[in-house]
Write a protein that binds this ligand. Structure first.
Ligand SMILES: *Cc1c(COP(=O)(O)O)cnc(C)c1O
Length: 390
């Protein structure tokens, strides 16, 4: 190591400041450490963010989606249409409630679910659509809700990555049906682990409260009943106070991420990434869909690298890692996992998802990064792909 060697740049790094750490200490010393006043304060702040809609928090984003499915009364015999380019939780929770996930292909430009394919996959058993806003980019929300209305379907938005993303200027979550967010450590704002669900009515919120704590209904000081069994999915006050503090920085975080994304587009052009066959994210019309830049992802020209070797992406990621740059994969196509194959899914069924699932790479993006980091990432990626395409 020379003195000038740059520090390893991870693809993401959560930032918890000293004031937040002090708040955590206060909660721990307060005598009330699990769900309590801080959880309620976090829920109130989130509700304000989403235009006053009812919001409840949960232990994680996966539990949040599971509760959303239960609130929508989705269960055995039902089909839920979703995208295969997602964190596997999206499909797993559909199986958990006993329903069947139906994957449809993605639009290769947005890398999100293709809404034409959604319409074509609707059957009499379809009960809900679960879109995912990959890297924070919303789908065409007007079209999504028009399809749902026409076919009388629920929409459970997996907005895990989309806090502060917008559609026609309105925040994701401030409108729509059931909208699920995650505050896992890698998300734009974090409570270490956690999630929240934006709902439509006080009745849904009451049901969510019960389902997150075994279904228990308390009356007076001693009354207890269960009408519908639930799980153990509550968010602790320790997590909530971290989430609250992060929420206060949301505007600054979103703005900084947008700046870094712009820098990426500029440096990608300087480094000639498109000329090498590397696909960049969609440049957006801010009048319509605004992403929160949860990730900056490229799709590698895997057919051209190392003679189309099946491990072309791994070679690129290893070479970047050797040069001090961390990258990630979000995500391989879920339908090709062993379990999902056992349900009948195969190669060739969802060609866009399969190609993008093989070639997609997440580049480093977090607020503390500098423009020089972005420049180094793009230059290193360019050199690596040039070397491997020889
Ligand atoms: C993070 C994430 C989830 C799940 O959130 P957890 O809090 O990790 O359970 C679900 N879907 C997507 C698309 C995610 O990115």
């Amino acid at each position: 190591m020379t003195a000038s060697a740059p520090e390893f740049l991870p693809f993401v790094r959560p930032e918890i400041d000293a004031a937040t750490i002090a708040e955590v200490g206060k909660v721990l010393a307060s005598g009330w450490i699990t769900s309590g006043p801080k959880m309620q304060a976090f829920e109130a702040a989130l509700s304000e963010l989403f235009g006053g809609r009812p919001v409840r928090t949960f232990a994680n984003g996966s539990a949040t989606m599971e509760i959303a499915l239960r609130i929508a009364d989705i269960g055995p015999g039902d089909e839920v249409i979703t995208t295969p380019i997602t964190w596997v939780a999206t499909a797993n929770v559909v199986l958990t409630v006993g329903a069947r996930p139906v994957f449809v292909d993605i639009d290769p430009r947005t890398r999100n679910i293709d809404l034409d394919a959604v319409e074509a996959a609707i059957t009499p058993r379809t009960r809900a659509i679960m879109p995912v806003y990959l890297s924070g980019l919303p789908v065409d929300m007007d079209r999504l809700y028009a399809i749902a209305a026409r076919h009388k379907l629920r929409v459970i938005e997996d907005a895990a990555q989309a806090i502060d993303s917008r559609w026609r200027g309105q925040r994701i979550g401030a409108f729509g049906d059931l909208v699920s967010f995650s505050f896992q450590a890698n998300k734009n704002i974090t409570s270490v682990e956690g999630g929240c669900l934006v709902m439509n009515t006080p009745e849904e919120a009451l049901r969510a409260e019960r389902l997150r704590l075994q279904g228990v209904i308390r009356t007076g000081l001693d009354g207890m009943d269960v009408e519908e069994p639930g799980g153990k999915f509550n968010l602790t006050d320790v997590n909530a106070v971290i989430g609250l503090s992060q929420l206060g920085k949301l505007d600054a975080i979103t703005a900084r991420r947008a700046e870094l994304a712009e820098t990426y587009f500029r440096c990608a052009a300087d480094a000639g990434l498109a000329e090498l066959g590397i696909e960049l994210p969609l440049p957006l019309d801010p009048q319509v869909a605004t992403t929160n830049w949860h990730m900056f992802q490229v799709v590698l020209p895997t057919d051209r690298l190392q003679g189309g070797a099946p491990d072309a992406r791994r070679l690129v990621m290893e070479a970047m890692c050797e040069r001090g740059i961390g990258t990630g994969v979000h995500y391989p196509s879920v339908h090709l996992f062993t379990y999902y194959r056992s349900l009948g899914w195969r190669e060739g069924m969802l060609p866009h998802a399969e190609r993008i699932g093989r070639g997609i790479v997440t580049l480093p993006l977090f607020p503390a990064m500098q423009a020089s980091d972005v420049e180094r990432v793009c230059a290193t990626l360019s050199e690596t792909c040039k070397r491997l395409s020889k």
